[in-house]
Design a protein around this ligand. Structure first.
Ligand code: PLP
Length: 411
């Protein structure tokens, strides 16, 4: 068991070497603990081989390592089968994969996809792209936008109003990357029934709180390793067994195989079963191994402790930002009656552009994110500042940041 105490920073070499640095950009990527780095180094230095290809000792060790991380991820998100876990390059790659491995082969003219224009572009653009692609081949699908409320939550009534018998899939976000609110996904499942598929972008929730795919009732769940202490370039898309027979490979090659045309002239795909069906080519082996170490690290702290720490810090941050009249919040928990946050708050600061504020804070060793945060909707109308927290952040760090903002108000 790892306690979050005053010496917690020692687990993160980057933070430990820069004691004064205040890292408030974990929604972009998290810092990496020693154990994760060691796991990657061990692979490179002790048994660097490919997975699923050879039968010599190193190759077997890699294959076993990947299998064991797959089982670990399955347990972590409470999947029923390890075959539901597909390794990807990250959330963006996973969300694109859903459009091509499922959407391309199952959507017909007139079908509708519900999406939120305020979401991270990775949850929007794959569907726009697929729509344009299908149109070139004479298939017209419709993308129907749904709304987010002023407190940053998915508007359930709007979803209910927009869903129709033609809705095939709704793409949702668990915790919004700018607004920071947690959405009640299980409730949306009950609203729309079992027929429609639900794809959940869980990039900002996995690693912050317990995520249970069975409780959520979704069909796809995508997340990135690098936002939960693992290496960049590794992610996971969990896909419910109930739709495995609707999937086709979107990348082929390597150990997969496409048969030549049969005697009837048709080409049949003979591919591996899930999850290998969607994992053509050499996987990001060190990244996947790092994900296993990251899950061990999270489990050692426990998700309950991480979630509680996140809530306490976010509330503390909100309370202090609310004392500064120059702060204008974007949609999010600042507008909730009972604010519960998971580490993300975004705001404008009167008198300074977001980028000016970013420079000022950076010059004081405080790292925040500024800009439109990979969105194209409401949060993209004007650059804003986003503070995002994780398990290594402290109330003292928030105090340091607030003191600088307070100083700016008195200039
Ligand atoms: C909500 C959300 N979705 C998708 C992504 C894309 O993640 P990645 O860049 O790891 O693919 C991010 C990253 O910021 C995100 O916050």
């Amino acid at each position: 068991m790892i306690p979050i105490d005053h010496s917690f920073r020692k687990y993160f070499p980057g933070l430990y070497q820069q004691q004064k640095l205040v890292y408030l950009d974990s929604a972009s990527t998290t810092q990496k603990p020693h154990s994760v780095l060691e796991g990657m180094n061990e692979y490179y230095q002790q048994y660097c081989a490919n997975a699923g290809r050879g039968n010599y000792t190193w190759a077997q060790r890699v294959t076993d390592g990947i299998n064991s991380v797959r089982a670990k991820v399955a347990a972590f998100v409470h999947a029923q089968h390890a075959s539901e876990i597909v390794f990807t390059a990250g959330t963006t790659a996973g969300l694109n994969m859903i459009a091509y491995a499922w959407g391309l082969h199952n959507l017909r003219s007139g079908d509708e996809i519900l999406y939120c224009p305020d979401d991270h572009k990775a949850n929007v653009l794959p569907w726009l792209h697929l729509q344009a692609l299908l149109q070139r081949f004479g298939t017209t699908i419709h993308l129907i936008p749904y709304r987010i409320t002023s407190s940053g939550e998915i508007d359930h009534e709007n979803i209910r109003a927009k869903a129709s018998s033609k809705t095939r899939l709704i793409t949702l976000t668990h915790i919004h990357n700018v607004f920071g609110t947690l959405n009640d996904i299980a409730r949306i499942r009950t609203l729309v029934g079992q027929e429609v598929l639900l794809s959940l972008d869980a990039a900002q929730s996995v690693g912050h709180l317990a995520v249970d795919v069975q409780e959520l009732g979704v069909d796809f769940l995508s997340f990135s390793g690098h936002k939960m202490f693992a290496a960049p370039g590794t992610g996971v898309t969990w896909i419910h067994t109930r739709i495995h027979d609707q999937l086709s490979p979107f990348l082929v090659g390597g150990e997969q195989e496409i048969a030549s045309p049969s005697s009837s002239g048709e080409t049949h795909l003979h591919t591996y079963e899930m999850p290998h069906l969607l994992e053509a080519g050499t996987l990001n082996i060190p990244g996947i191994l790092s994900l296993g170490r990251a899950i061990d690290f999270i489990n050692d702290i426990t998700l309950t402790t991480i979630e509680q720490h996140g809530k306490t810090l976010t509330y503390y941050l909100l309370h202090h930002l609310q004392q500064i009249p120059e702060v204008i919040f974007l949609p999010g928990i600042a507008y909730s009656k009972r604010p519960v946050g998971y580490g993300i708050l975004s705001f404008y600061f009167e008198g300074y552009t977001a980028s000016e504020l970013g420079f000022i804070l950076s010059s004081q060793n405080i790292y925040v994110r500024v800009g439109t945060h990979c969105t194209r909707g409401r949060a993209a109308q004007q650059d804003s500042v986003r503070i995002s927290l994780h398990v290594y952040n402290t109330t003292e760090e928030i105090d340091t940041c607030m003191a600088i903002l307070q100083e700016l108000t008195s200039v």
